[in-house]
Write a protein that binds this ligand. Sequence first.
Ligand SMILES: [Zn+2]
Ligand SMILES: [Zn+2]
Length: 153
Amino acid sequence: MTNLHPYDHAEALHDLVEIHLERLDQRYTRGRQALVDLLYSSGRPLSIGDIARALPEIPRSSAYRQLADLARAGVVRRVAAVDDFARFELAEDLTHHHHHLLCSRCGDVLDVTPSPDFEATVAAMVAELTRRHGFEATSHALDVVGHCSRCQS
Ligand SMILES: [Zn+2]
Ligand SMILES: [Zn+2]
């Protein structure tokens, strides 16, 4: 698993998150900080069950609400193959660009960081796709849905 954090200290991350929230007049509460810390340190997308186990002091309903607020602020991104298997991770502009392999049977989510060659090919394909529409691409997301190695019979 690749987990390249651009920050030496989580402090820089927290400053950025605070700025994102301030834009929406939202406060960076203790609960939100705990969620961001957890997503940062885990380095992989977490389900609401994972989050409840790691932060038992935050009720699930509250965790959902906080995650929705953090998503609105552009801090958290929801990743899912199917709706029942929603996972949460920090937004890419706070971490690094990557793609996902999503298992539609067990809900497992694998973060994958493709090679620079792969990204160059995707960028060229995206340029071809967007040019004729006069659309300016600023990022892309490519999630592959299928069956993980454990779930193939
Ligand atoms: Zn699976
Ligand atoms: Zn990419």
